[in-house]
Design a binder for this molecule. Structure first.
Ligand code: HEC
Length: 145
């Protein structure tokens, strides 16, 4: 992110925060908070790989560079990256592009179980097929880290 992009992001975030505090928008303003009570931190990479292959691998790769012909963006460097910021992926929904939060453990954990609390109209498969298992989500987060 260059200085101008950082400034723009700070401006959008401040505006969203102000609107959220006034109660005008609810979505997309999320405090950065990885409180361990909410996000189990003891996931397992091997198990995460299995969960990934079964549930995500059809549309997402784990490569650092985006793989062009997959339906979803590569998740290889997703951890702590800004949402919708994979510049090689060209099919993000508007709502994902407009979101300004980062993929912290807490945000990933929430998104996987309940996409609409973060991005109401995402095109990710998780919208209709949430990952209810806390263990599976913790394992995936450990894999992404
Ligand atoms: C059927 C295809 C499909 C499957 C399966 C799928 N996704 Fe997605 N995912 C997508 C698409 C398409 C997008 C882009 C969504 C948008 O722009 O709204 C996306 C976006 C995402 C993003 C945001 C990426 C970014 O660059 O900000 C995350 C995180 C994500 N998916 C996680 C997962 C996880 C974890 C799984 C498995 C548990 C999964 N997805 C399964 C299609 C899929």
């Amino acid at each position: 992110m260059d200085a101008q992009e950082k400034e723009e992001l700070a401006r959008i975030t401040a505006k969203k925060k102000a609107l959220a505090l006034k109660g005008e928008i609810k979505e997309n303003y999320i405090e950065e908070d990885n409180s361990p009570e909410e996000v189990p931190v003891d996931g397992e990479v091997r198990a995460g790989t299995m969960v990934f292959m079964k549930n995500c691998g059809g549309c997402h790769s784990l490569d650092a560079v985006d793989v062009k012909d997959m339906r979803g963006p590569s998740l290889g460097l997703i951890y702590n990256r800004r949402v919708g910021s994979n510049t090689n992926y060209e099919s993000y929904s508007d709502s994902m592009l407009k979101s300004t939060f980062f993929w912290t453990a807490k945000n990933l954990y929430k998104f996987m179980a309940n996409t609409h609390t973060l991005i109401p109209d995402t095109r990710c498969w998780l919208k209709k097929h949430p990952l209810h298992s806390k263990e599976d989500r913790a394992d995936l987060i450990t894999l992404f880290k």
